[in-house]
Design a binder for this molecule. Structure first.
Ligand code: ACM
Ligand code: ZN
Length: 743
């Protein structure tokens, strides 16, 4: 017994449990790696009779992608395959010793085994080797998806295939293909040829951020579409990589391209061109019978092209403005005893649901399809946070989580000024990695309805394949970890493998992915005297030159990674401090401005909480930095209430001349200026107030002239967006960034 124990210990000591240092991403469930290596040359023998012809083909492709390996048919093979029955779905095992043994449950899982194997192979001179390793692996979630919007910008067949190639490497299995939207219809429909003759082309495209004022347009015809033959080719190509394609045909909203070709299916029949502007448009499909039959005829041609279980019918962001004024829509409401236009949307979706159910398909739609009653067989894609998914699961519907907060890869991934233009939002790599499709507190019986998750690549600001790769990678790899790993390694462990191995792999493939995750991070926090600032670098020894220019005075010093300095708050006059941080090692630099005032870094109490989706923390209001315009997700607090109360504690009683508040105005995104602001100084017995009701600009200066330590700021907004404006009748957003005090 004793000697057995000793042998066991010796054996274990030569093993590395490779969760930490395996190169495989997504990380396998079990991976035990030895120091010993198995060497082989660039031509690998495989018994081709043991696996399907497609797997042989895929193996050859992978060999050329990864290492210029070739495979020859030989019964005396280096790689030995065996198919197992009664094992976990999509599971596989790899044992590398004197040879490579792969056991698998399905062709799909064998494909995953081959992907892992390719990632494990290394090269030493002319020799190839793999550490002697045991891998046992299977996915956590069954829906592991990426979405691609080809309407806002079009991607060629070859580009879509490349997108799919990378998905396969990271073991995604669902490609959600957003084929139609306002700015372009991208799929050939033989019964309605004008959808692509007219609907696939626009005459202009808005330049810069669409909120820029004044707007400018690139006046160039833009568009494209896929023929049904090309669609079949891509679906087959994806299928060979065990990826299901879920097509999305948007309805009843986001349908301006379809209506530009067939305006008779709108409520008012008005002829309009395919828009070159992004946003939410009031003109949507009418809910009349003719429009429903039009969409069903389109689905007749879509269904045979896509062998997967689900068809995505959109359902999001459909303003009810036109339906309210349309006699035909109102007749349907009356005849079907519907309560309102939301129930009319539910009626529209249910007609599609019943139609597709008859054809043996299931529908999936954005979480708005919950409004007015969810149709029986529908699955829900939760994008406006997790709530839609939670509610759908409670109602026993399947759910795919895709919350904007974690899964929108059209958001910024870094705070640096060099990040390319994005729609807004801030979703860095760490945030994606921290995502869980099953939110905390979700009951187990509801969690069973969560199929998985996907990231969405909306392409308003992604005009090229290179930018698509920049926005998608490496965030997609972080999501692959979330969706595959039973238990994710720590973010640091993941980052090490990502940076040391996968960045090299992506570079070799000429993928122009983002290296933002390698950049040093600028951190701010409160300190007793003002604002603490420090830089965190991936390399602990990295040094930074900090140049500060305060009015005419210039200062320069060296800061080590994690070493903190303080910007002391002023006790009197306000001033601006322009800071330039640069690193000699990387040649990168970053600059920012601190607007110093007596409120820099003071305590702030948010009596009204900001929306969790737009809450960068209360320090945002007093960190001396103005939120960027257009909005980038961080540096702002967004409130979706018509009353906001904030308390500022200046730490000691002082005479204040005025207070300045800074807001964001972006009415296209439903962000409005407030209508009234009240300041209140609460001293022991007396209450001083001051207010402003004429708010026309983003910066609002309110004269105060009182002595106080604490100031209550009361902000009143409209409770409904006025009619005729984007988002009419819904609660507008109020976005605040900075508060500064003048003495
Ligand atoms: C969406 O982002 N409108 C689904
Ligand atoms: Zn109508």
């Amino acid at each position: 017994m004793k000697s057995f124990f000793l042998i066991g210990c010796l054996f274990l000591s030569s093993l590395v449990v490779c969760q930490k240092n395996t190169h495989i991403l997504p990380s396998p469930v079990v991976c035990i790696e030895q120091e010993d290596k198995l060497y082989f040359d660039s031509t690998i023998s495989v018994d081709f009779s043991k696996i399907s012809p497609n797997l042989i083909e895929q193996l050859k492709i992978l060999g050329s992608v990864f290492h210029k390996l070739t495979f020859k048919n030989d019964t005396n093979s280096l790689i030995k395959f065996s198919k197992l029955k009664n094992v976990i779905q999509d599971s596989y095992k790899i044992t590398i010793n004197k040879d490579i043994r792969i056991s698998y449950s399905s062709d799909q899982s064998c494909f995953y085994a081959l992907q892992s194997l390719m990632q494990m192979i290394e090269k030493e001179g002319e020799d190839y080797f793999i550490h002697k390793t045991f891998v046992s692996d299977f996915p956590k979630y069954q829906w592991r998806g990426l979405h691609l919007d080809v309407s806002r910008h079009f991607f060629s067949v070859e580009e879509v295939k490349k997108f799919i190639d990378l998905m396969a490497i990271y073991k995604f299995n669902t490609f959600h293909w957003h084929l139609t939207d306002d700015q372009g219809w991208r799929v050939e429909i033989k019964k309605y040829p004008k959808l692509t003759e007219i609907g696939a082309w626009r005459d202009s495209t808005v330049e810069n951020h669409y909120t820029s004022s004044p707007r400018s347009y690139k006046k160039e015809r833009y568009g494209g579409f896929y023929t049904q033959e090309q669609i079949k080719e891509i679906v087959k190509y994806a299928g060979e990589k065990y990826i299901t394609v879920v097509p999305e045909i948007e309805m009843p909203g986001h349908s301006r391209a379809a209506l530009s070709a067939y305006p008779e299916f709108s409520c008012n029949g008005k002829q309009q061109e395919v828009p070159g502007l992004w946003g939410i448009f009031d003109d949507i499909l009418c809910a009349k019978e003719e429009s429903i039959l039009f969409m069903q005829a389109i689905l007749d041609e879509i269904v045979p092209l896509f062998p997967g279980e689900y068809i995505h019918i959109g359902g999001d962001e459909a303003p009810k403005t036109r339906w309210k004024k349309c006699q035909k829509c109102q007749n349907i409401i009356r005849e079907n005893k519907l309560k309102d236009e939301h129930e009319l949307q539910s009626y529209f979706i249910q007609r599609m649901d019943n139609y597709l159910t008859q054809k043996g398909k299931k529908i999936i739609g954005w979480d708005e399809i919950l409004e007015g009653g969810l149709s029986k067989n529908a699955a829900v894609m939760s994008w406006r946070g997790f709530d839609g998914g939670l509610e759908a699961a409670k109602q026993e519907h399947y759910v795919v989580m895709s919350p904007g907060s974690h899964c929108y890869f059209d958001h910024y991934q870094g705070k640096g000024k060099d990040e390319p233009l994005a729609i807004g939002g801030f979703t860095p790599l760490e945030k994606v990695y921290a995502f869980s499709p099953i939110p905390q507190g979700m009951k187990t019986e509801h969690a069973a309805y969560v199929l998985g998750a996907q990231a969405n690549l909306w392409t308003e600001y992604i005009p090229t394949f290179d930018k698509l790769m920049y926005m998608a990678y490496p965030r997609a790899i972080a999501l692959a970890q979330v969706l595959w790993c039973s238990e994710k390694p720590s973010f640091e462990e993941f980052s090490t493998v990502l940076h040391n191995k996968h960045f090299g792999f992506l570079e070799k493939q000429n993928i122009p992915f983002s290296k933002t995750s390698l950049l040093p991070i600028l951190n701010f926090n409160r300190s007793e005297k003002g604002l603490k600032f420090w830089i965190e670098s991936k390399k602990s020894s990295e040094q930074f030159k900090v140049q500060s220019s305060l009015n005419a005075r210039k200062d320069e010093f060296i800061l080590n990674s994690k070493q903190a300095i303080t910007f002391e708050r002023t006790s009197g006059k306000n001033f601006e401090n322009t800071i330039l941080v640069s690193s000699e090692a990387t040649g990168l630099s970053s600059n920012f401005v601190i607007h110093n005032s007596p409120s820099l870094g003071v305590p702030v109490k948010l009596i009204t909480q900001a929306s969790p989706s737009y809450n960068s923390g209360d320090l945002t209001l007093v960190d001396g930095q103005f939120g960027s315009r257009p909005w980038k997700g961080h540096e702002w607090l967004g409130f979706d209430t018509s009353y906001i109360e904030i308390e500022l504690d200046l730490l000691k009683k002082q005479k204040i001349k005025s207070l300045e508040l800074s807001f964001l105005k972006d009415e296209n995104s439903w962000i409005h200026l407030p209508v009234k602001i009240e300041l209140e100084a609460v001293n022991k017995n007396k209450k001083y107030t001051s207010s402003e009701t004429s708010i026309k600009k983003e910066k609002v200066l309110i004269t105060f002239s009182h002595k106080t330590q604490k100031i209550k700021i009361k902000i009143y907004s409209l409770s409904k967006i006025p009619n005729g404006m984007p988002g009419e009748e819904t609660q507008p957003w109020t976005f605040i960034d900075e508060i500064s005090i003048q003495k």
